[in-house]
Design a protein around this ligand. Structure first.
Ligand SMILES: C[S@@+](CC[C@H](N)C(=O)[O-])C[C@H]1O[C@@H](n2cnc3c(N)ncnc32)[C@H](O)[C@@H]1O
Length: 266
C-alpha cells in the first residue's frame, strides 16, 4: 500500500486474545480489560487488570458465591462478579460508584465466616493519592513499619470474615523510589499473610504500564542503575481449619496469661 502525508500507513489493529485460564505461575494479558467492554474504570489510577480477577473467580468460586473486595476502588471486582454470576460485595473508604459501600477495611461490617472468596489490591506505599483520608493505607510509606502494622489489621479482618475453606487473592507490588531503600513489600506482606492463611501459590503478573513505555524511564533505569517494576505478586491463600484453630488457641492462651497477670498484680 502506498503511503504519504495524506494517506499515512494504517496502524495495525490490536486484537485482544480470548480470555482463558492461566496455567503457569507467570500471568500475562495485553489489556486492562477483557472483551469489548470495560471492567472497573480505565481512568482510575491503580485499577486492577480484570483478567486476573476473572481467573481467580473461575478457579476458586462457583455461581452465586459471595465475593468480597474490601478495597474496591473503581469496582473491577464487582463487574467481573456480574459477568460470572457471582455476588459481589465491595467496600472502600472512598466509594467511587453507588454499588460500593463505605467501610474501613480494618473494620468490615460483616459477620464472621460470611464470605466465600476475597480479592484485594491494596495501596503499595504512597505512589498514588487515593482519597487523602488519613485512614487510607496509601498515606503510609512502606518504608515505615506502620504500613505493615495497619496491613496486618486488614489481614486479620479478612481472615475473620472469610469462610473456613475459602480462598483469598492479594495483588501487590514491591516499590523502589530513588534515594530511598528498596521496599520488598511483597515478601513482607506474604510473611504476614502466612500467619493466618495457608499458601496455595505465588503468581508473577506481568505489568503493562503504558506510562513507562512513553517516558524516558528505561533510559533512566540504565543510566542510574535501577530496575523498573516488571511484575506484581499475586498471593493465593486458603483459610484452613488447622491454622485457624492454632490462631484461636494462641489468642485464648494470651487471654488467660493476661488474666493470670492481673490476678497477681491485684
Ligand atoms: C489499588 S486501589 C484498588 C483498585 C481496584 N481493585 C480497582 O480495580 O479499581 C486501592 C484502594 O484501596 C482503598 N483503601 C485504602 N485504604 C483503605 C482502607 N483502610 N479501607 C478501605 N479502603 C481503603 C483506596 O481508596 C483505593 O480505592
Amino acid at each position: 500500500m502506498r503511503t504519504s502525508k495524506n494517506n499515512p500507513k494504517p496502524k495495525p489493529v490490536f486484537v485482544k486474545p480470548p480470555l482463558r485460564l492461566q496455567t503457569t505461575t507467570l500471568w500475562d494479558f495485553p489489556s486492562q480489560h477483557y472483551g469489548t467492554g470495560m471492567q472497573g474504570d480505565k481512568n482510575y489510577a491503580g485499577a486492577t487488570p480484570s483478567y486476573l480477577i476473572w481467573n481467580l473467580l473461575k478457579r476458586y468460586t462457583k455461581e452465586n458465591d459471595l465475593v468480597l473486595d474490601p478495597m474496591c476502588g473503581s469496582g473491577t471486582t464487582l463487574d467481573v462478579c456480574r459477568d460470572l454470576k457471582r455476588q459481589g460485595l465491595g467496600f472502600d473508604l472512598a466509594p467511587y460508584r453507588d454499588d460500593i459501600q463505605f467501610a474501613n477495611a480494618r473494620h468490615l461490617p460483616l459477620k464472621n465466616e460470611s464470605v466465600d472468596f476475597i480479592f484485594v489490591d491494596p495501596p503499595y506505599s504512597t505512589h498514588i493519592r487515593y482519597s487523602g483520608d488519613p485512614r487510607c493505607l496509601g498515606e503510609l510509606s512502606a518504608n515505615d513499619t506502620e504500613y505493615y502494622e495497619e496491613m496486618s489489621l486488614v489481614i486479620t479482618e479478612m481472615h475473620r470474615v472469610l469462610k473456613t475453606g475459602g480462598f483469598l487473592g492479594l495483588y501487590i507490588s514491591d516499590s523502589f523510589v530513588k534515594d530511598q531503600p528498596f521496599m520488598p513489600i511483597g515478601f513482607e506482606i506474604f510473611s504476614r499473610l502466612k500467619l493466618f492463611f495457608q499458601p496455595v501459590d505465588i503468581v508473577s503478573v506481568v505489568r503493562h504500564n503504558q506510562k513507562l513505555e512513553k517516558g524516558n524511564f528505561h533510559m533512566a533505569a540504565e543510566k542510574h542503575n535501577f530496575f523498573l517494576r516488571g511484575f506484581n505478586y499475586l498471593f493465593i491463600m486458603k483459610k484452613s481449619e488447622h491454622l485457624t484453630e492454632a490462631i484461636l488457641g494462641e489468642k485464648e492462651r494470651a487471654k488467660s496469661k493476661n488474666k493470670r497477670k492481673k490476678k497477681v498484680s491485684l
